[in-house]
Design a protein around this ligand. Structure first.
Ligand code: GDP
Length: 480
Protein backbone atom coordinates (compact mmCIF):
# COMPACT_ATOMS: atom_id res chain seq x y z
CA UNK A 1 0.00 0.00 0.00
CA UNK A 2 1.41 3.35 -0.99
CA UNK A 3 -0.34 6.07 0.90
CA UNK A 4 0.74 9.64 1.36
CA UNK A 5 0.11 11.67 4.50
CA UNK A 6 -2.60 13.56 2.66
CA UNK A 7 -4.33 10.42 1.42
CA UNK A 8 -4.29 8.79 4.82
CA UNK A 9 -5.60 11.96 6.43
CA UNK A 10 -8.47 11.95 3.98
CA UNK A 11 -9.28 8.30 4.65
CA UNK A 12 -9.20 8.96 8.38
CA UNK A 13 -11.18 12.16 8.02
CA UNK A 14 -8.45 14.03 9.86
CA UNK A 15 -6.45 17.07 9.07
CA UNK A 16 -3.06 16.24 7.54
CA UNK A 17 -1.42 18.73 9.90
CA UNK A 18 -2.41 16.49 12.80
CA UNK A 19 -0.57 13.58 11.20
CA UNK A 20 2.44 15.72 10.31
CA UNK A 21 2.59 16.92 13.90
CA UNK A 22 2.34 13.36 15.23
CA UNK A 23 5.14 12.21 12.93
CA UNK A 24 7.22 15.22 13.95
CA UNK A 25 6.86 14.19 17.57
CA UNK A 26 8.20 10.79 16.61
CA UNK A 27 11.14 12.58 15.07
CA UNK A 28 10.08 12.24 11.45
CA UNK A 29 9.82 15.25 9.19
CA UNK A 30 7.03 14.91 6.67
CA UNK A 31 4.84 16.86 4.31
CA UNK A 32 1.39 16.20 2.93
CA UNK A 33 3.02 14.33 0.03
CA UNK A 34 5.33 12.10 2.05
CA UNK A 35 4.75 8.43 1.35
CA UNK A 36 4.10 6.49 4.52
CA UNK A 37 5.62 3.15 5.43
CA UNK A 38 3.35 0.40 6.71
CA UNK A 39 4.75 0.89 10.22
CA UNK A 40 4.03 4.61 10.11
CA UNK A 41 0.47 3.91 9.03
CA UNK A 42 0.05 1.46 11.89
CA UNK A 43 1.46 3.93 14.41
CA UNK A 44 -0.74 6.72 13.15
CA UNK A 45 -3.82 4.51 13.19
CA UNK A 46 -3.03 3.44 16.74
CA UNK A 47 -2.54 7.00 17.87
CA UNK A 48 -5.79 8.20 16.31
CA UNK A 49 -7.74 5.12 17.39
CA UNK A 50 -8.46 3.88 13.92
CA UNK A 51 -8.36 0.23 12.93
CA UNK A 52 -6.69 -0.31 9.59
CA UNK A 53 -8.39 -2.88 7.39
CA UNK A 54 -7.19 -4.43 4.25
CA UNK A 55 -10.54 -4.38 2.65
CA UNK A 56 -10.19 -6.51 -0.43
CA UNK A 57 -7.03 -7.97 -1.83
CA UNK A 58 -7.79 -8.92 -5.38
CA UNK A 59 -4.45 -10.11 -6.55
CA UNK A 60 -1.42 -10.26 -4.33
CA UNK A 61 1.12 -9.40 -6.97
CA UNK A 62 -0.76 -6.47 -8.43
CA UNK A 63 0.58 -3.21 -7.06
CA UNK A 64 -2.20 -1.12 -8.50
CA UNK A 65 -4.69 -3.18 -6.62
CA UNK A 66 -2.84 -2.79 -3.38
CA UNK A 67 -3.38 0.94 -3.65
CA UNK A 68 -7.04 0.24 -3.44
CA UNK A 69 -6.75 -1.38 -0.04
CA UNK A 70 -8.69 1.05 1.99
CA UNK A 71 -8.41 2.10 5.52
CA UNK A 72 -11.55 2.67 7.50
CA UNK A 73 -12.83 3.10 10.94
CA UNK A 74 -14.26 0.26 13.04
CA UNK A 75 -16.96 2.55 14.33
CA UNK A 76 -18.30 3.03 10.81
CA UNK A 77 -19.25 -0.64 10.60
CA UNK A 78 -22.98 -1.25 10.68
CA UNK A 79 -24.95 -4.44 10.30
CA UNK A 80 -25.88 -5.41 6.78
CA UNK A 81 -28.49 -7.75 5.26
CA UNK A 82 -27.49 -11.40 4.73
CA UNK A 83 -26.87 -12.70 1.22
CA UNK A 84 -28.58 -16.04 0.67
CA UNK A 85 -28.20 -18.73 -2.00
CA UNK A 86 -30.77 -21.50 -2.43
CA UNK A 87 -29.27 -24.85 -3.34
CA UNK A 88 -30.60 -28.35 -3.76
CA UNK A 89 -31.35 -31.18 -6.15
CA UNK A 90 -33.06 -30.43 -9.45
CA UNK A 91 -36.85 -30.23 -9.22
CA UNK A 92 -36.81 -29.94 -5.45
CA UNK A 93 -38.26 -26.44 -5.71
CA UNK A 94 -35.46 -23.84 -5.84
CA UNK A 95 -37.07 -21.70 -8.53
CA UNK A 96 -40.52 -21.98 -7.00
CA UNK A 97 -39.19 -20.91 -3.60
CA UNK A 98 -37.27 -17.96 -5.07
CA UNK A 99 -40.43 -16.81 -6.86
CA UNK A 100 -42.67 -17.26 -3.82
CA UNK A 101 -40.33 -15.28 -1.58
CA UNK A 102 -39.92 -12.57 -4.14
CA UNK A 103 -43.62 -12.15 -4.81
CA UNK A 104 -44.69 -12.14 -1.18
CA UNK A 105 -42.02 -9.89 0.32
CA UNK A 106 -41.44 -6.86 -1.82
CA UNK A 107 -39.09 -4.41 -0.11
CA UNK A 108 -41.20 -1.77 1.59
CA UNK A 109 -41.25 1.55 -0.18
CA UNK A 110 -40.37 -0.16 -3.40
CA UNK A 111 -43.80 -1.24 -4.52
CA UNK A 112 -44.41 -0.79 -8.15
CA UNK A 113 -41.88 -1.30 -10.83
CA UNK A 114 -41.68 -4.46 -12.82
CA UNK A 115 -39.76 -7.49 -11.66
CA UNK A 116 -36.40 -7.57 -13.37
CA UNK A 117 -34.33 -10.70 -13.32
CA UNK A 118 -30.94 -9.21 -12.64
CA UNK A 119 -29.42 -12.22 -10.84
CA UNK A 120 -30.27 -11.12 -7.32
CA UNK A 121 -33.07 -9.45 -5.44
CA UNK A 122 -33.81 -8.03 -2.05
CA UNK A 123 -36.91 -8.57 0.09
CA UNK A 124 -38.12 -7.17 3.36
CA UNK A 125 -38.91 -9.52 6.26
CA UNK A 126 -40.33 -7.97 9.44
CA UNK A 127 -38.65 -4.73 8.49
CA UNK A 128 -35.29 -6.37 7.84
CA UNK A 129 -33.77 -6.90 4.45
CA UNK A 130 -32.55 -10.16 2.97
CA UNK A 131 -30.73 -10.48 -0.35
CA UNK A 132 -31.24 -13.58 -2.48
CA UNK A 133 -29.05 -14.61 -5.35
CA UNK A 134 -31.59 -15.81 -7.85
CA UNK A 135 -29.44 -18.00 -10.02
CA UNK A 136 -30.36 -21.19 -8.24
CA UNK A 137 -28.11 -24.17 -7.95
CA UNK A 138 -24.51 -24.64 -7.12
CA UNK A 139 -23.12 -23.93 -10.58
CA UNK A 140 -23.27 -20.20 -10.01
CA UNK A 141 -22.07 -20.61 -6.45
CA UNK A 142 -19.11 -22.71 -7.57
CA UNK A 143 -18.26 -20.47 -10.50
CA UNK A 144 -18.11 -17.51 -8.12
CA UNK A 145 -15.97 -19.37 -5.64
CA UNK A 146 -13.66 -20.51 -8.40
CA UNK A 147 -13.03 -16.85 -9.08
CA UNK A 148 -12.34 -16.22 -5.44
CA UNK A 149 -15.63 -14.51 -4.73
CA UNK A 150 -17.42 -15.50 -1.60
CA UNK A 151 -20.59 -13.53 -1.42
CA UNK A 152 -23.02 -15.97 0.15
CA UNK A 153 -23.57 -15.71 3.91
CA UNK A 154 -26.21 -18.42 4.25
CA UNK A 155 -27.17 -21.42 2.13
CA UNK A 156 -30.77 -22.59 2.10
CA UNK A 157 -30.67 -26.29 1.32
CA UNK A 158 -33.96 -27.31 -0.20
CA UNK A 159 -34.95 -30.98 -0.10
CA UNK A 160 -38.25 -32.28 -1.46
CA UNK A 161 -40.02 -34.28 1.23
CA UNK A 162 -41.35 -36.74 -1.35
CA UNK A 163 -37.91 -37.44 -2.79
CA UNK A 164 -35.34 -37.11 -0.02
CA UNK A 165 -31.60 -36.62 -0.22
CA UNK A 166 -30.33 -36.87 -3.80
CA UNK A 167 -26.89 -36.52 -5.43
CA UNK A 168 -27.11 -32.76 -5.86
CA UNK A 169 -28.32 -32.42 -2.28
CA UNK A 170 -25.02 -33.97 -1.19
CA UNK A 171 -23.06 -31.79 -3.57
CA UNK A 172 -24.76 -28.70 -2.21
CA UNK A 173 -23.82 -29.70 1.32
CA UNK A 174 -20.20 -30.16 0.22
CA UNK A 175 -20.12 -26.75 -1.43
CA UNK A 176 -21.63 -24.99 1.56
CA UNK A 177 -19.19 -26.74 3.87
CA UNK A 178 -16.18 -25.98 1.70
CA UNK A 179 -17.16 -22.34 1.80
CA UNK A 180 -17.83 -22.44 5.53
CA UNK A 181 -21.35 -21.13 5.05
CA UNK A 182 -24.12 -22.14 7.48
CA UNK A 183 -26.97 -24.26 6.12
CA UNK A 184 -30.65 -23.71 6.80
CA UNK A 185 -32.71 -26.70 5.63
CA UNK A 186 -36.01 -26.19 3.87
CA UNK A 187 -37.93 -29.44 3.71
CA UNK A 188 -40.15 -28.70 0.75
CA UNK A 189 -43.37 -30.03 -0.79
CA UNK A 190 -44.93 -30.96 2.55
CA UNK A 191 -48.30 -30.34 0.91
CA UNK A 192 -47.81 -33.46 -1.18
CA UNK A 193 -49.44 -36.74 -0.32
CA UNK A 194 -46.18 -38.70 -0.35
CA UNK A 195 -44.30 -36.17 1.76
CA UNK A 196 -42.13 -37.73 4.45
CA UNK A 197 -40.21 -35.03 6.34
CA UNK A 198 -38.97 -37.52 8.93
CA UNK A 199 -37.15 -39.47 6.26
CA UNK A 200 -35.52 -36.29 4.93
CA UNK A 201 -34.29 -35.50 8.43
CA UNK A 202 -32.72 -38.88 8.99
CA UNK A 203 -31.17 -38.95 5.53
CA UNK A 204 -29.66 -35.51 6.13
CA UNK A 205 -28.44 -36.63 9.54
CA UNK A 206 -26.46 -39.29 7.73
CA UNK A 207 -24.76 -36.46 5.86
CA UNK A 208 -24.03 -34.66 9.12
CA UNK A 209 -26.74 -32.05 8.70
CA UNK A 210 -28.81 -32.23 11.89
CA UNK A 211 -31.34 -30.18 13.79
CA UNK A 212 -30.51 -28.90 17.25
CA UNK A 213 -32.71 -31.42 19.02
CA UNK A 214 -30.57 -34.13 17.47
CA UNK A 215 -27.37 -32.50 18.58
CA UNK A 216 -26.66 -30.65 15.36
CA UNK A 217 -26.66 -26.95 14.60
CA UNK A 218 -28.91 -26.68 11.57
CA UNK A 219 -32.36 -25.18 11.56
CA UNK A 220 -34.99 -27.27 9.73
CA UNK A 221 -38.15 -25.66 8.40
CA UNK A 222 -40.97 -27.52 6.69
CA UNK A 223 -42.39 -25.58 3.80
CA UNK A 224 -44.46 -25.68 0.69
CA UNK A 225 -42.74 -23.43 -1.79
CA UNK A 226 -45.79 -23.69 -4.00
CA UNK A 227 -48.50 -22.58 -1.58
CA UNK A 228 -46.30 -20.50 0.72
CA UNK A 229 -46.82 -22.55 3.87
CA UNK A 230 -43.84 -22.21 6.25
CA UNK A 231 -42.00 -19.73 4.03
CA UNK A 232 -42.27 -16.96 6.63
CA UNK A 233 -40.78 -19.30 9.23
CA UNK A 234 -37.94 -20.01 6.84
CA UNK A 235 -37.29 -16.30 6.38
CA UNK A 236 -37.34 -15.72 10.13
CA UNK A 237 -34.84 -18.55 10.54
CA UNK A 238 -32.58 -16.94 7.96
CA UNK A 239 -32.69 -13.68 9.92
CA UNK A 240 -31.88 -15.57 13.11
CA UNK A 241 -28.81 -17.18 11.56
CA UNK A 242 -27.79 -13.84 10.07
CA UNK A 243 -28.03 -12.21 13.47
CA UNK A 244 -25.68 -14.79 14.94
CA UNK A 245 -23.20 -14.10 12.15
CA UNK A 246 -23.09 -10.40 13.05
CA UNK A 247 -22.67 -9.40 9.42
CA UNK A 248 -21.19 -5.94 9.13
CA UNK A 249 -20.03 -3.52 6.49
CA UNK A 250 -18.96 0.08 6.23
CA UNK A 251 -21.43 2.16 4.21
CA UNK A 252 -19.26 5.28 4.46
CA UNK A 253 -16.49 4.29 2.10
CA UNK A 254 -16.21 4.09 -1.68
CA UNK A 255 -18.13 1.06 -2.86
CA UNK A 256 -16.65 -2.32 -3.68
CA UNK A 257 -18.16 -5.74 -4.23
CA UNK A 258 -18.73 -8.49 -6.75
CA UNK A 259 -20.30 -8.90 -10.17
CA UNK A 260 -23.23 -11.30 -9.93
CA UNK A 261 -24.16 -11.32 -13.58
CA UNK A 262 -23.16 -9.46 -16.72
CA UNK A 263 -24.19 -9.35 -20.34
CA UNK A 264 -24.02 -7.29 -23.46
CA UNK A 265 -27.32 -5.60 -24.19
CA UNK A 266 -27.85 -4.53 -27.79
CA UNK A 267 -29.28 -1.17 -26.88
CA UNK A 268 -27.60 -0.36 -23.58
CA UNK A 269 -24.15 -1.88 -24.01
CA UNK A 270 -22.48 -3.78 -21.17
CA UNK A 271 -24.90 -4.37 -18.31
CA UNK A 272 -23.73 -5.71 -14.97
CA UNK A 273 -25.43 -6.71 -11.74
CA UNK A 274 -23.26 -5.74 -8.81
CA UNK A 275 -23.59 -6.88 -5.25
CA UNK A 276 -22.26 -4.14 -3.03
CA UNK A 277 -20.21 -5.52 -0.16
CA UNK A 278 -18.60 -2.41 1.26
CA UNK A 279 -19.40 1.23 0.94
CA UNK A 280 -22.18 3.07 -0.82
CA UNK A 281 -22.44 3.07 -4.58
CA UNK A 282 -23.56 6.36 -6.07
CA UNK A 283 -25.25 6.99 -9.37
CA UNK A 284 -22.31 8.68 -11.13
CA UNK A 285 -19.44 6.75 -9.53
CA UNK A 286 -16.42 5.65 -11.57
CA UNK A 287 -15.41 2.07 -11.12
CA UNK A 288 -13.05 -0.66 -12.26
CA UNK A 289 -14.19 -4.25 -12.73
CA UNK A 290 -11.41 -6.59 -13.78
CA UNK A 291 -10.00 -4.69 -16.72
CA UNK A 292 -13.32 -3.05 -17.55
CA UNK A 293 -14.11 0.40 -16.27
CA UNK A 294 -16.49 3.26 -16.66
CA UNK A 295 -18.73 5.81 -15.04
CA UNK A 296 -22.17 4.63 -14.03
CA UNK A 297 -24.75 6.03 -16.42
CA UNK A 298 -27.73 4.48 -14.75
CA UNK A 299 -28.25 2.39 -11.65
CA UNK A 300 -31.45 0.42 -11.07
CA UNK A 301 -32.80 -2.07 -8.55
CA UNK A 302 -34.44 -5.45 -9.17
CA UNK A 303 -37.70 -3.68 -9.98
CA UNK A 304 -36.20 -1.52 -12.67
CA UNK A 305 -36.40 1.61 -10.51
CA UNK A 306 -33.63 4.13 -10.78
CA UNK A 307 -31.46 4.64 -7.69
CA UNK A 308 -29.18 7.46 -6.57
CA UNK A 309 -27.35 5.43 -3.93
CA UNK A 310 -27.11 1.81 -2.86
CA UNK A 311 -25.52 0.39 0.29
CA UNK A 312 -24.00 -2.92 1.44
CA UNK A 313 -25.68 -6.21 0.39
CA UNK A 314 -27.78 -4.40 -2.17
CA UNK A 315 -27.87 -5.82 -5.70
CA UNK A 316 -28.03 -3.22 -8.45
CA UNK A 317 -27.88 -3.25 -12.18
CA UNK A 318 -25.62 -0.69 -13.77
CA UNK A 319 -24.76 0.49 -17.25
CA UNK A 320 -21.76 2.56 -18.26
CA UNK A 321 -18.90 0.05 -18.36
CA UNK A 322 -16.71 -0.10 -21.45
CA UNK A 323 -16.83 -3.88 -21.68
CA UNK A 324 -18.67 -6.83 -20.18
CA UNK A 325 -17.09 -8.07 -16.95
CA UNK A 326 -17.35 -11.65 -15.70
CA UNK A 327 -19.52 -12.95 -12.90
CA UNK A 328 -17.34 -13.20 -9.82
CA UNK A 329 -15.17 -10.24 -10.80
CA UNK A 330 -14.50 -7.75 -8.03
CA UNK A 331 -15.53 -4.16 -8.64
CA UNK A 332 -14.11 -1.06 -7.01
CA UNK A 333 -15.09 2.56 -7.07
CA UNK A 334 -12.37 5.19 -7.38
CA UNK A 335 -12.61 8.83 -6.55
CA UNK A 336 -12.08 9.94 -10.12
CA UNK A 337 -12.83 8.67 -13.58
CA UNK A 338 -9.22 9.26 -14.57
CA UNK A 339 -7.90 7.02 -11.82
CA UNK A 340 -10.38 4.28 -12.70
CA UNK A 341 -9.26 4.46 -16.33
CA UNK A 342 -5.59 4.32 -15.38
CA UNK A 343 -6.01 1.30 -13.16
CA UNK A 344 -8.09 -0.49 -15.77
CA UNK A 345 -5.46 0.27 -18.40
CA UNK A 346 -2.67 -1.02 -16.26
CA UNK A 347 -4.57 -4.22 -15.62
CA UNK A 348 -5.31 -4.55 -19.28
CA UNK A 349 -1.60 -4.26 -20.05
CA UNK A 350 -0.77 -6.90 -17.51
CA UNK A 351 -3.43 -9.11 -18.97
CA UNK A 352 -2.04 -8.69 -22.48
CA UNK A 353 1.39 -9.50 -21.14
CA UNK A 354 0.07 -12.62 -19.43
CA UNK A 355 -1.82 -13.74 -22.50
CA UNK A 356 1.17 -13.11 -24.68
CA UNK A 357 3.24 -15.30 -22.44
CA UNK A 358 0.55 -17.94 -22.31
CA UNK A 359 0.33 -18.23 -26.08
CA UNK A 360 4.05 -18.87 -25.98
CA UNK A 361 6.03 -18.91 -29.15
CA UNK A 362 4.97 -22.21 -30.53
CA UNK A 363 4.66 -21.46 -34.20
CA UNK A 364 6.84 -18.37 -34.19
CA UNK A 365 9.47 -20.47 -32.53
CA UNK A 366 8.97 -23.15 -35.14
CA UNK A 367 9.32 -20.51 -37.77
CA UNK A 368 12.58 -19.30 -36.24
CA UNK A 369 13.91 -22.82 -36.13
CA UNK A 370 12.98 -23.48 -39.75
CA UNK A 371 14.59 -20.24 -40.81
CA UNK A 372 17.80 -21.15 -39.04
CA UNK A 373 17.68 -24.48 -40.83
CA UNK A 374 17.13 -22.71 -44.11
CA UNK A 375 13.71 -24.26 -44.70
CA UNK A 376 11.75 -21.04 -44.64
CA UNK A 377 12.44 -17.84 -46.49
CA UNK A 378 9.44 -15.79 -45.55
CA UNK A 379 7.09 -15.10 -42.68
CA UNK A 380 3.47 -14.16 -43.28
CA UNK A 381 1.97 -11.74 -40.84
CA UNK A 382 -1.55 -10.53 -40.27
CA UNK A 383 -1.89 -7.33 -38.29
CA UNK A 384 -4.84 -6.25 -36.20
CA UNK A 385 -4.72 -3.04 -34.20
CA UNK A 386 -7.01 -0.89 -32.12
CA UNK A 387 -6.62 2.21 -34.28
CA UNK A 388 -5.74 2.92 -37.91
CA UNK A 389 -2.55 4.75 -36.99
CA UNK A 390 -1.11 1.78 -35.14
CA UNK A 391 -2.07 -0.67 -37.84
CA UNK A 392 -0.31 1.44 -40.47
CA UNK A 393 2.74 2.14 -38.34
CA UNK A 394 3.18 -1.51 -37.51
CA UNK A 395 2.70 -2.58 -41.12
CA UNK A 396 5.25 -0.04 -42.38
CA UNK A 397 7.82 -1.01 -39.75
CA UNK A 398 7.33 -4.73 -40.24
CA UNK A 399 7.78 -4.41 -43.99
CA UNK A 400 11.01 -2.53 -43.42
CA UNK A 401 12.50 -5.30 -41.34
CA UNK A 402 15.48 -6.49 -43.27
CA UNK A 403 17.23 -9.65 -42.27
CA UNK A 404 19.46 -11.44 -44.74
CA UNK A 405 17.33 -13.34 -47.16
CA UNK A 406 14.20 -13.66 -45.05
CA UNK A 407 11.16 -11.65 -46.05
CA UNK A 408 8.07 -10.59 -44.11
CA UNK A 409 4.77 -10.36 -45.93
CA UNK A 410 1.95 -8.46 -44.31
CA UNK A 411 -1.04 -10.25 -45.76
CA UNK A 412 -3.67 -8.19 -44.00
CA UNK A 413 -3.59 -5.16 -41.77
CA UNK A 414 -6.84 -3.91 -40.35
CA UNK A 415 -8.43 -2.17 -37.40
CA UNK A 416 -10.56 -4.04 -34.91
CA UNK A 417 -10.61 -7.20 -32.91
CA UNK A 418 -9.50 -10.52 -34.38
CA UNK A 419 -12.30 -12.21 -36.29
CA UNK A 420 -12.89 -15.74 -37.42
CA UNK A 421 -12.07 -14.73 -40.97
CA UNK A 422 -8.66 -13.49 -39.79
CA UNK A 423 -8.02 -16.89 -38.26
CA UNK A 424 -9.04 -18.70 -41.42
CA UNK A 425 -6.85 -16.48 -43.56
CA UNK A 426 -3.89 -16.90 -41.23
CA UNK A 427 -4.44 -20.64 -41.13
CA UNK A 428 -4.59 -20.89 -44.90
CA UNK A 429 -1.43 -18.86 -45.38
CA UNK A 430 0.59 -20.07 -42.40
CA UNK A 431 0.54 -16.58 -41.03
CA UNK A 432 1.06 -15.33 -37.53
CA UNK A 433 -1.47 -12.83 -36.23
CA UNK A 434 -0.08 -9.77 -34.52
CA UNK A 435 -2.62 -8.10 -32.24
CA UNK A 436 -1.75 -4.61 -31.16
CA UNK A 437 -3.64 -3.14 -28.20
CA UNK A 438 -6.46 -5.59 -28.70
CA UNK A 439 -7.59 -8.67 -26.90
CA UNK A 440 -9.14 -11.66 -28.63
CA UNK A 441 -12.26 -13.20 -27.18
CA UNK A 442 -12.14 -16.66 -25.65
CA UNK A 443 -14.02 -18.03 -28.64
CA UNK A 444 -11.45 -16.60 -31.06
CA UNK A 445 -8.56 -17.92 -29.01
CA UNK A 446 -10.13 -21.35 -29.07
CA UNK A 447 -10.65 -21.11 -32.80
CA UNK A 448 -7.02 -20.10 -33.29
CA UNK A 449 -5.89 -23.04 -31.24
CA UNK A 450 -8.01 -25.41 -33.30
CA UNK A 451 -6.57 -23.99 -36.50
CA UNK A 452 -3.02 -24.00 -35.18
CA UNK A 453 -2.76 -20.26 -35.67
CA UNK A 454 -0.57 -18.30 -33.34
CA UNK A 455 -1.74 -14.99 -31.97
CA UNK A 456 0.93 -12.67 -30.60
CA UNK A 457 -0.32 -9.77 -28.52
CA UNK A 458 1.63 -6.60 -28.03
CA UNK A 459 1.09 -3.06 -26.96
CA UNK A 460 4.48 -1.63 -27.71
CA UNK A 461 5.49 -1.49 -31.37
CA UNK A 462 9.20 -1.94 -30.93
CA UNK A 463 8.68 -5.05 -28.83
CA UNK A 464 6.62 -6.58 -31.59
CA UNK A 465 9.32 -5.68 -34.10
CA UNK A 466 12.10 -7.01 -31.89
CA UNK A 467 10.35 -10.30 -31.57
CA UNK A 468 9.70 -10.62 -35.28
CA UNK A 469 13.23 -9.69 -36.13
CA UNK A 470 14.46 -12.34 -33.73
CA UNK A 471 12.38 -14.94 -35.52
CA UNK A 472 13.73 -13.79 -38.89
CA UNK A 473 17.25 -14.22 -37.65
CA UNK A 474 16.33 -17.75 -36.71
CA UNK A 475 16.84 -17.11 -33.08
CA UNK A 476 14.09 -16.23 -30.74
CA UNK A 477 14.75 -14.89 -27.33
CA UNK A 478 12.91 -16.93 -24.79
CA UNK A 479 9.61 -15.39 -23.86
CA UNK A 480 9.11 -14.73 -20.18
P1 GDP B 1 -35.88 -26.51 -9.18
O1 GDP B 1 -35.41 -27.37 -10.30
O2 GDP B 1 -35.25 -26.90 -7.88
O3 GDP B 1 -35.78 -25.04 -9.44
O4 GDP B 1 -37.44 -26.87 -8.95
P2 GDP B 1 -38.72 -26.06 -9.40
O5 GDP B 1 -38.94 -24.88 -8.53
O6 GDP B 1 -38.68 -25.84 -10.85
O7 GDP B 1 -39.83 -27.11 -9.01
C1 GDP B 1 -39.96 -28.37 -9.64
C2 GDP B 1 -41.41 -28.82 -9.65
O8 GDP B 1 -41.87 -29.02 -8.32
C3 GDP B 1 -42.34 -27.78 -10.27
O9 GDP B 1 -43.32 -28.45 -11.01
C4 GDP B 1 -42.96 -27.11 -9.05
O10 GDP B 1 -44.25 -26.61 -9.33
C5 GDP B 1 -43.02 -28.24 -8.07
N1 GDP B 1 -42.98 -27.75 -6.69
C6 GDP B 1 -42.07 -26.90 -6.16
N2 GDP B 1 -42.37 -26.67 -4.87
C7 GDP B 1 -43.46 -27.38 -4.57
C8 GDP B 1 -44.27 -27.55 -3.40
O11 GDP B 1 -44.01 -26.98 -2.33
N3 GDP B 1 -45.33 -28.37 -3.48
C9 GDP B 1 -45.64 -29.03 -4.63
N4 GDP B 1 -46.71 -29.82 -4.61
N5 GDP B 1 -44.94 -28.89 -5.75
C10 GDP B 1 -43.86 -28.07 -5.73
Amino acid sequence: TQLSVGQLAELMKRNSSEIIKFLFMLGNMSTINTTLSDEDIELICMNFNVTPHKEIIIDEDDIEEQISNRVFDEKDLVSRPPVVTIMGHVDHGKTTLLDTIRNSHVTSGEFGGITQHIGAYQVSVSGKKVTFLDTPGHEAFTAMRARGAQITDIVVLIVAADDGVMPQTKESIDHARAAGVPIVVAVNKIDKAGANPERVMSELANEGVMPEEWGGDNIFVEISARNGQGVDDLLESILLVAEMQELKANPKTLASGTVVEAKLDKGRGPVATLLIQQGTLKAADSLVVGSAYGRIRKMTNDRGQELKTAGPSMPVEIIGLNEVPQAGDVFMVYDSYKKAAEIAQSRENKKIERERNATSARSLEDMARMISEGDVKEINVLIKADVQGSAEALKASVEKLDVDTVKVNVIRSTVGTITESDIMLASASNAIIYGFNIRPTAAIRKKAEEEGVEIRLHNIIYKALEELEGAMKGLLAPVY
